[in-house]
Design a binder for this molecule. Structure first.
Ligand code: CTP
Ligand code: MG
Length: 250
């Protein structure tokens, strides 16, 4: 064994094991179609579009049939030769699903992206700028956008009841974070290990790194990296795809 540092190899972990409760009844969210193609396939292609990404780890719904269905689905997807795909079963929470994805990484991966299957339309330039910031030395990188709405902190009450306002953070200092979030692999694995015992669901991997006291930086996100969460988001996503198709035609 030499002590030479390994050349950075990048993997993308795609948590796709959620049910999509807020989207309403139907198949698991990642398997819902956008213009005829499952959201997960769009998300895998979005990661594989980056020349830096050599492995995509998809974390599928854990039921045996669902994991098998995802595996079958992805064998039919044409990807660049440089990109391998692995499918593993997910867990009860996003955090648990991400951890299972991290467990599946081979030793030579040094940079990890974590990307929601529910953000199928992220442009490759956003993916590449996240990877570049990690290569430049940031242990954790988050794409994010300024907010359109002013945000208020409240004391949450019963649904529909008036809620007292506690504070109004200055909007210019706030960012809405997206994925892919990019990490130095060791930092992310340590961050997950440190909070695992606490039994809560972190919806944001970078938050775990912040708790370690490590530096997290924000780079510009993209409006097309929005998360498909509610039914109206499906309409927007299909409109974005239709616009891309029209533009490609010229
Ligand atoms: N996710 C996961 N494992 C879970 C829960 C969520 O891999 N146990 C993934 C989802 O598949 C999604 C991403 O985490 O790609 C972001 O989660 P979210 O948008 O909340 O998706 P769901 O949990 O599926 O949606 P909902 O909260 O409405 O049920
Ligand atoms: Mg969820």
């Amino acid at each position: 064994m030499s002590d030479e540092p390994l050349p950075p190899r990048t993997a993308a972990v795609i948590p796709a094991a959620g049910r999509g409760v807020r989207l309403g009844p139907g198949a698991p969210k990642a398997l819902r179609a956008l213009n005829g193609t499952p959201m997960l396939v769009h998300a895998v292609r979005a990661m594989a579009a980056s020349r830096a990404v050599s492995l995509v780890v998809v974390v599928a719904p854990p039921e045996e049939a669902a994991t098998a269905a995802v595996r079958n689905l992805l064998t039919e997807v044409a990807l660049p030769d440089r990109t391998d795909v692995v499918v593993v079963p997910g867990g009860e929470t996003r955090q648990e699903s991400v951890r299972r994805g991290l467990d599946a990484l081979p030793d030579d991966i040094t940079i990890v992206l974590v990307h929601d299957a529910a953000r199928p339309l992220v442009p490759v330039d956003t993916v590449d700028s996240v990877i570049e910031a990690v290569r430049d030395g940031a242990p954790a990188v988050v794409p994010a956008l300024p907010l359109a709405d002013t945000v208020k902190e409240v004391v949450p009450g019963e649904r529909g009841e008036p809620e007292p306002v506690v504070a109004t953070p200055e909007r210019a200092r706030l960012r809405a974070v997206q994925t892919p979030q990019g990490f130095d692999r060791d930092t992310l694995v340590r961050a997950h290990g440190a909070v695992e015992a606490q039994g809560e669901d972190a919806t944001d991997c970078a938050g775990l790194v912040e708790r370690l006291g490590q530096r997290v930086v924000v780079v510009p996100g993209h409006e097309e990296a929005f998360k498909v969460t509610r039914p109206l988001d499906l309409v927007l996503a299909e409109a974005v795809l239709a616009r891309r198709r029209a533009n490609d035609g010229f």
